[in-house]
Design a protein around this ligand. Structure first.
Ligand code: GDP
Ligand code: MG
Length: 444
């Protein structure tokens, strides 16, 4: 998602950075490009207008253009404003302090309500909650079955009533059921319509009155662009939403809805759906997304991901080694093992600034392919301790010996050493970023 927009904005700012001094004319032509890129990504026009105006005002004010690093200052302003458009910080989800928390999921047909119900249940189950999935889409028997299947898949209890019961009755009884069974999160999947109509809104309002949910989530398909924003606006006016969940932000969705919903409706995006699988749900972080669009890399997500798998002690040790340039092939091996346990490598590397480029990504990935890992280990094991500490000494004859010793070809050894070199640079970049972030965290 956002590839097109990200590419265009990054190109614009690259040009800007290439200039030492910035004139007002430079700024204006850059802003014209930004404006176009946003409109092409299907961001609402009023949002674009206000956004450009704020950036122009701020960039022309307070010594920005006369500073030593005008382009950087402008990009910083763009980053801040982009974040602000989407809601500044991650919006928290409300939980009932006593008794069960209720989420009511609303939206049009096909938006992804039922799927998202399953995703939310899984998300909070992982966090130690005990969710109950409730089927209140009484108009389509298949919808009830669909939710039941999802509930089984993730091993979460499921609640439905026999035919003839109204959605309001189902919702009410589900909450009672959760009380008597000790479930602390009730997720209610409702019926959609093809279009917004009075009857749908009335019924949802009745459900809302009956169970006073902590969260009323609108589930809406981001692929429909501006329509998603308009739908969100109507639902919010009629029903009073607490959050929007944008689905189908995977694939080639242009993403304009993600940038417009907050400004147009006043309602925050709380999650985004990025795939059909049940774990494809992410909390929405405006700052991270802005940084990502601007090519600053989703450092925070990356660090978080790394922290979940990499031993902190080891990471610190590694950082020290990198600073002192004592990173060895043994460390390299260890590091690959850790990176491998971090999940899809592409996903991880894609978050690193400057590494979005597919070519670079592929090169590095090649060297640490699952299958090749054993070969890699064998080659490193065939090296002397001295060679592992100081790979620079591994020249022709040593390469031949290592290849023979590990049953590989000399080209393989060459490639390994090249990847080692690349990875040194990569890990160094990573650890510097990590250090910068944690220093900032300490200050705030
Ligand atoms: P509902 O009618 O609102 O309950 O929508 P469903 O949950 O039945 O979803 C409609 C279709 O959208 C299904 O085929 C889902 O697999 C698909 N879907 C839901 N969320 C996502 C998403 O985030 N990404 C993608 N690619 N598909 C999704
Ligand atoms: Mg459904």
């Amino acid at each position: 998602m956002f590839e097109g927009l990200a590419e265009k904005l990054q190109e614009t700012f690259k040009k800007l950075r290439g200039k030492g001094k910035l004139t007002e004319k430079d700024l204006n032509s850059a802003l014209r490009e930004v404006r176009l890129a946003l409109l092409e990504a299907d961001v609402s026009l009023p949002v674009v207008k206000e956004f450009i105006q704020r950036i122009r005002e701020r960039s022309l004010g307070a010594d920005v253009l006369d500073s030593f690093t005008p382009a950087q200052q402008v990009i910083k302003i763009v980053n801040e404003e982009l974040t602000a458009v989407m809601g500044d910080t991650k919006s928290s989800v409300e939980f009932n302090s006593s008794g069960a928390t209720v989420f009511l999921l609303v939206g049009l047909q096909g938006g992804g309500k039922t799927t998202t119900a399953g995703k939310l249940a899984l998300h909070y189950k992982k966090q130690g909650k005990q969710p109950l999935l409730v089927a209140a889409d009484v108009y389509r028997p298949a919808a009830i079955k669909q939710l039941e299947v999802l509930a089984k898949q993730i091993d979460v209890p499921f609640f439905a009533l026999e035919e003839g019961n109204s959605p309001v009755t189902i919702a009410r009884q589900a909450v009672e059921h959760s009380r008597s069974h000790g479930y602390d999160l009730v997720i209610i999947d409702t019926a959609g319509r093809l279009h917004i109509d009075e009857k749908l809104m009335e019924e949802l309002q009745q459900m809302k009155d009956a169970v006073t949910p902590q969260e009323v989530f609108l589930i809406v398909d981001a692929m429909i662009g501006q329509d998603a924003v308009n739908i969100a606006k109507s639902f919010h006016e009629e029903l009073g939403l607490t959050g929007v969940i944008l689905t189908k932000l995977d694939g080639d969705t242009r993403g304009g809805a993600a940038l417009s919903v907050r400004k147009v409706t006043g309602c925050p995006i709380k999650f985004i759906g990025t795939g059909e699988k049940l774990d494809a749900l992410d909390p929405f972080y405006p700052d991270r997304l802005a940084a990502r669009i601007l090519g600053m890399g989703d450092v925070l997500s990356l660090i978080e991901k790394a922290q979940a798998t990499i031993d902190e002690e080891k990471a610190r040790e590694l950082e020290k080694k990198l600073r002192k340039q004592e990173f060895t092939l043994d460390d390299f091996l260890e590091q690959i093992k850790q990176v491998q346990s971090m999940g899809p490598l592409e996903q991880v590397l894609g978050m690193i600034p400057g590494l979005g480029g597919a070519k670079q990504l592929r090169q590095i990935q090649e060297g640490i392919d699952e299958k090749e890992f054993t070969y890699l280990e064998a080659m490193i094991n065939s090296m002397t301790p001295e060679e592992r500490r100081n790979p620079a000494i591994i020249k022709g004859s040593r390469r031949k010996r290592i290849a023979r010793g590990s049953g590989r070809r000399v080209q393989d050894v060459n490639r390994l050493l090249k990847h080692f070199d690349q990875s040194c640079k990569l890990f160094k970049q990573l650890s510097e970023l990590g250090a910068g972030k944690s220093a900032r965290k300490l200050k705030s």
